[in-house]
Ligand binder design. Sequence first.
Ligand SMILES: [Zn+2]
Length: 406
Amino acid sequence: MNLSETVESLKDEMVKAMVEMLRIEAISPESGGKGELKRAEFLEKWMSGFGFDEIKRCDAEDSRAEGEVRPNIIATIYGKNRERTIWVISHMDTVPVGDISKWETDPFDPVVRDGKIYGRGAEDNGQSLIASMYAAKAIIDSGMKPDYNFSVAFVSDEETGSKYGIQHLVKLGLFKKDDLVVVPDHGVPEGNEIEIAEKSIYWVKVTTYGKQTHSSIPHTGINALRAGSRYLVEVDRALHERFSERNELFSPPISTFEPTKKEENQPNINAVPGEDVFYFDMRIIPEHNIADIMGLMNEVAERVSKETGARIVPEVYRGEQSPPPTPPDSEVVMRLSRAIEKVREIKPKLVGIGGGTCAAYIRQAGIPAAVWSTIDETMHQANEYCKIENLVNDAKVFALLGFRQI
Ligand SMILES: [Zn+2]
């Protein structure tokens, strides 16, 4: 039996593991859950007989969670060369069920129907977690030693900031410069997109301070809504003009600057508002520096403040400069492309996305990471499911990552 056939023979076991795992809730305390401990203990037990060379826990303390920990599991097969490690990193936590009335099945009592497994967390990120676990089992069962160490990591807290998950592991120094990291937490139904870059997510709060007065005598006040609106229009135009470079990895291939949330300024209509607040959600291509963006926002704020008499204050609400993209010719991208071509007989293309995954923290540490999986994009929705076909085929791709030759 070759490696792909071995994975194929494990299909029923994979479905069973998935169904059993999805029964155990793993929702972050921030989202009203108890954390991931029960699910982690289940997984550790489930794979204890697989024959890994090493299984260890790298938990982070969190007094809000069950057991006061956020668990992280790392299971490793030793390679021919033990100086380097191929990682497949997935997350155990899920988002809450959302509007339960929209679900046709119980989100925590998984249903297998028409080649799909329905349940919260089936696709995000259960599919990749089970696929990577069984890729490892197939390697062990085949009796072959992978080129490098092959480690699967199951982390906590991806949906609510990653502080207790991937960031904790990066801090512990588990990832080395020459390691190869795959994060299967984004994908398309065709399975032909490898993500190598992420835009910076930059949220800016803009507060305009004016002077409140009765709206029948506006000349005695300063209208914060009018001044803030003028700023919105002018800064919006200035940002688009100054930061207009393109990066064709992304769709859209530009930095985006969207005014989004607007806070209520006052309950009544008959006053000139003295204060006004709105927000921008910006997704910035790696060519642009978020500090430069704030520089321009301050420049325009100063000018419009002078012209209107209001005081306009833009400030960072949430901001992270995205790390440089993973080089297209890095070994992890080459190996992954080759494995996808072999299993799915398609040629993957390299893309960038506007969201954020665990890969950003790996890239931040100077280690190349590639994001790939084959999904129908039902994550975070009611009736989330994973296709069994994708579960099995993605497992074949992960298993092949371990070997340059086959
Ligand atoms: Zn996810």
